[in-house]
Design a protein around this ligand. Structure first.
Ligand code: FAD
Length: 152
């Protein structure tokens, strides 16, 4: 099916994975994230894929349903699972992560790994206009701040 582009709203866990997979398939993606300009009451950081609650993705034992799902997601090339493995911390047979390293890994993967097919945008709190950031290194904080500052 031909597809010109897809806009994904929100770079949480779901949006980040979605944007990454679409980009991998060659679909141009616009990933829109309201942070760092605006945060929900649950969010505390400016990173993508922020874990707002537990740092555990539950059991990583393939003999139960959750653990098996982890292995299937790894086989399918899940960004979230790859970054979780990179930022894993000891927690028995659970897949627990250092939440800051995890968020950084997802942010970096989206910044460098899918830049060719993706555009990341951010929204100014003072305007309904949306700022389109146009370099592959768009998620650079300084770029984001500069772009937002041009809209008043
Ligand atoms: C207190 C609390 C406890 C929780 N406990 C658990 C738990 O134990 N286990 C569990 O599985 N889940 C738990 N959750 C749910 C958890 O938030 C989700 O599992 C997970 O974060 C959902 O991921 P998501 O990508 O759908 O949404 P989120 O992680 O919330 O990501 C949404 C993203 O979209 C952005 N965004 C929102 N609106 C806009 C907009 N209009 N424009 C641009 N960007 C936007 C936000 O800034 C954010 O980055 C809990 C949530 C809360 C608040």
């Amino acid at each position: 099916m031909a597809c010109e582009s897809v806009t994904v709203v929100g770079a949480g866990l779901a949006g980040s994975e979605c944007a990454f997979q679409l980009s991998r398939m060659g679909v141009p993606v616009r990933l829109r994230e309201m942070k760092p300009h605006q945060r929900s009451p649950a969010h505390r950081s400016d990173g993508l894929a922020e874990l707002v609650c537990s740092n555990s993705f539950r059991s990583d034992n393939p003999e139960n349903a959750i653990g098996l799902l982890h292995f299937e997601l790894r086989d399918l090339g899940s960004l979230i699972l790859k970054c979780a493995d990179q930022s894993r911390v000891p927690a028995g047979d659970a897949l627990a992560v250092d939440r800051e390293k995890f968020s950084q890994a997802v942010t970096l993967a989206l910044k460098h790994g899918s830049g060719r097919n993706s555009t990341f945008t951010t929204r100014s709190p003072r305007s309904s206009l949306r700022t389109r950031l146009i370099s592959p290194s768009l998620f650079d904080r300084a770029d984001t701040a500069r772009a937002a500052a041009t809209i008043t």
